[in-house]
Write a protein that binds this ligand. Sequence first.
Ligand code: PLP
Length: 437
Amino acid sequence: MWSARQRSFRGFLRNYRTIIGEDVLRDQLETIKREGRYRSFLTPDRIAGRYPQGQFQPFADNDPRAQRIVTSYCSNDYLSMGQHPVVISAMLAVLRTHGVGSGGTRNISGTCSYHTSLEQELASLHQAEKAVLFSSCFVANEAAISTLGKSLPGCVIFSDENNHASLIGGVRHSGCRKHIFRHNDVKHLASLLAQTDPAVPKIIVFESVYSMSGAVSPIAEICDLADQYGAMTFLDEVHAVGLYGPTGAGMADHLHVGHRPTIISGTLSKGFGVYGGYIATNSVICDTVRSCAPGFIFTSSIPPAVAAGALSSIRHLRTCSIARTALHQKAQLLKRLLLEANIRFTEHGTHIVTILIGDPVQSRRVSEMLLRQYGMYVQHINFPTVPRGTERLRITPGPTHANYMLHQLVMALKEVLAVSGRQGTVPVGSSSESNIQ
Ligand SMILES: Cc1ncc(COP(=O)(O)O)c(C=O)c1O
């Protein structure tokens, strides 16, 4: 037992340590605020049936310019499947019959028929032997790459310099030797592969559609190199599944190379509009990951209703391309309108449209003006999501944007960019980013 004196001394030490730690944290937060990177989360409550409109109380009630209904132009629910009646009724039915939570980890009482059906559907979507479900694709990427890297003695990983944080995390936690290749630069990747011992296992990690620029990777060329050097490929299709290919299997499938990547990872929360993540690959890799990855083993499985909603969304999008076609039409219309308005943007032929601002304070300002004055929600994207100096607006037009909404957005953009003195700056960053003047 501690005496009262000892207890009080321990309390003093604990407080003392906390105060020192808090000072450091406060200083760091001050720096973040000074650099215009402090994140305040907006609360646009989406209205099912009326999306992309949402209810929103962004500013004080006495602000005459406050807008209550805003139109969102930056959601990753790319196809509006998050409000699709098929998905909503599938989820409601399972909520009523099976309740809310899954009740456990996959191994201990947390697997239900919806999890296994969903894994089978995902394997079939990607024409893979098997799929493994995770609570998100962040977890899927981190868990699968780190587990594979640890399981393959001497493995060397080759990672695109613009890869998402979840892929970077996976590479780091694998403990493997790594090479970072220049963004989408096949020649650089080839030279790094050529310098590596032919006998060691290798994994090339990259994305199909890069989320912050919309750039597409040279999937076929990277798979050619993988074949030449005996490497596995890990392709993140997070911003492509549901959206590209005749059945929504992603960009690789759209480019007729869907069978080539060794492992495809995807999310259920963007194109499919629900929640969760997965990998689809061969049985040996799936079995290794589900047997060894802590991110799969030691966490509760996704709720049955979530699995059922994702399953119904995937099944719907495999056979119905109305939303997919509309998404690409809206993206084309937006780009045409931006061109006509002489607003510069990055163009990679995908659904992601970015306008480079190049300054954290200005990008926040432009975004706030759109929201306050026009009731339009376009999130500014700042460091660390994008490199410093490449701060941007990221617009994701979707099938539920009426044409007039895109016209209104471009008119508003023209005005706010003029006020801020930025007509969309010349893009900086990756060399593959092109710009339409
Ligand atoms: C390229 C990429 N991979 C993985 C993820 C993580 O996906 P999830 O939202 O399912 O965790 C994201 C999230 O935005 C992403 O952009």
